[in-house]
Design a protein around this ligand. Sequence first.
Ligand code: FMN
Length: 330
Amino acid sequence: MRTRMTELFGIKYPIMCGGMMWLCKPDLCAAVCNAGALGNITAANYNSGEELRQAIRKTREMTDKPFSVNLSLLPSFRITKEMYNGWLDACLAEKVAAFEISGAPVDKFFGPDAVKRIHDAGTKLIHKVGSVRHAIHAEHAGYDAVIAAGVEEGGHPLNDDVTTMVLTPRMAESVKIPVITTGGIADGRGLAAALMLGAEGVMMASRFMATKECRMNSKVKDELVVRQEFDTVLYGKTIELQGRAMKNEVIKNILEMESRHAKLEEIAPFLMGLRQTAIWDDGDIQAGLLPVGQSIGLIHNVVSCKELVEGMVKQAEELLNKAQKRFHNA
Ligand SMILES: Cc1cc2nc3c(=O)[nH]c(=O)nc-3n(C[C@H](O)[C@H](O)[C@H](O)COP(=O)(O)O)c2cc1C
């Protein structure tokens, strides 16, 4: 299954793992890469460029395949400008294969020479965006690819609220650089559909949480299997940082505060990523925000990354072949 995405990164299958704070660390990243997809190290897991550099080196001890580093250039209570600069410098010195950027584009965040610096290091640059206008900006700025992130996604979908089904073909008809799609993809059906919509491949995050190699309390993985597609909710519209997370007590509190237009200072303690460690380490589903996409409804088991990636490709190929035969015979 070769596409412009597999060519761009030099990977076997057109599948990549999206950035996940607290979860995308060397073990999961290497497992995704060794399965033939593009793994991810999320910079925000580390407090300095040096810590990130050690994570990159640790990953390279476990895989010789390329992987991306997620840089979330979003408002944060924890991350300082110095940390962002440290991460960028470390990744360029280590010549990582790709950046998956979310939030502000690198030319605006780090300055106009950032794209050249990144390309000079041999690093591919991808921006995860929720609108055609942002994809066009990325293309003009010199990015190598864009990720069309539909509102179904976990994390921080853009408040345009456009679905993957519409955003992907709109983006594919609007830019020449490869479009990768995300939000609502969890199996070979989603991969086949994405290719039909004009994408060169898919990115998934929620589905990779329910893999054997993702380090988290098994209670959370069991919950991912049990919960359904209607078990997530959007929050954060009133504070201009929309997110999608699993329905739980914390989300109920946040939505109640938002309904009475509470100030950011009141809501902020509930948004803190540090609360999430009680979820991932102890399996306490009610402890904090649990980011997850609507694709949760498509997660039916916990498998290895290899089983997941190879199973998806096999299913997509079978479906595409079947469809071709069906139309041929009609
Ligand atoms: C637990 C979790 C943590 C995430 N953390 C980040 C992050 O730190 N930075 C980022 O750009 N996106 C983050 N995301 C969003 C994903 O990278 C991806 O865009 C999205 O989840 C794709 O939708 P899906 O979950 O339906 O596959 C996170 C998603 C999840 C589920």
